[in-house]
Design a protein around this ligand. Structure first.
Ligand code: NAD
Length: 233
């Protein structure tokens, strides 16, 4: 393979596991003890806003007790030192990439520390609990909700991500099960556009067969080693 210039990196819950944040499909297929249908769909929000808001309030509060790990720090270093194009696309709603120092970063599934007005689309930085019924300060006409992309909703930044994938010559997927679309299809898009594809994960993901190479192990070990290798080449 010739040396890459344009890199797209997709991260998932597995990159934050060593920081102490539970993955999505942990034991029993639950997210922190909840079925995703009960906390991660527009229907769930409409049916039981108190439960859904409390769930994300707890996830947001838990961010104060965790720190970026070696994998987040290695990607931030790559972001700072890589001379070519680079885009880190995260499915994570935590803020550990930015706290590690990553700049070229997009949150495709929203952010815990943000609140969204479903009526006017305004987004507000949000640190505290978000009680149902908190009014949007921008339009004053609707309640704010957690700024999380629920199942059935369109992820953020898809136009920018798709353009980056079409121009990438290296696509790397880290700590994601490959079960949630459209992110799970990025490897095929990048490969179709001619990119080399690498998976770094604890176990083979659902789409593992689409990658040119898979390295199995903990992100905190694999990612710093891969970044070192890339920057040294
Ligand atoms: P997932 O939980 O479905 O899959 C996580 C993957 O990471 C698994 O394949 C697992 O084997 C692997 N993994 C676990 N520990 C690892 C480690 N130490 N090193 C490397 N790999 C490891 O996660 P997903 O594919 O990102 O999909 C989950 C969805 O749930 C996302 O859309 C995300 O928004 C949401 N979510 C986010 C967070 C977060 O922000 N940290 C946490 C849970 C869920």
């Amino acid at each position: 393979m010739t040396a890459p210039r344009n890199i797209v990196i997709l991260t998932g819950a597995g990159i934050s596991a060593e920081s102490g944040i539970a993955t999505f499909r942990g034991p029993g297929g639950l997210w922190e003890g909840h079925r995703v249908e009960d906390v991660c769909t527009p229907e769930a929000l409409a049916a039981d806003p108190v439960l859904v808001h409390r769930f994300y309030d707890a996830r947001r509060a838990a961010l104060s007790a965790v720190e970026p790990n070696a994998a987040h720090r290695a990607l931030a270093r790559l972001d700072a030192e890589w001379p070519g194009e680079l885009l880190i696309v995260t499915q994570n709603v935590d803020d550990l990439h930015e706290r590690a120092g990553a700049k070229r970063l997009l949150h495709m599934h929203g952010e815990l520390r943000s609140a969204l007005c479903a009526r006017c689309g305004a987004r507000e930085a949000w640190e505290e609990p978000l009680p149902p019924g908190s009014m949007c300060a921008t339009c004053g006409k609707a309640a704010l909700r957690p700024d999380i992309v629920f199942f059935g909703e369109m992820p953020y930044h898809m136009d920018v991500i798709e353009r980056a994938l079409s121009e990438a010559d290296l696509f790397v997927s880290i700590g994601t099960s490959g079960a949630v679309y459209p992110a799970a299809g990025f490897v095929q898009g990048a490969r179709y556009a001619g990119a080399e594809t690498l998976e770094l994960n604890l176990e083979r993901s659902a789409g593992s067969g689409y990658f040119h190479e898979t390295r199995l192990g903990a992100a905190g070990v694999l990612v710093p080693a891969w970044v070192e290798e890339l920057l040294a080449a």
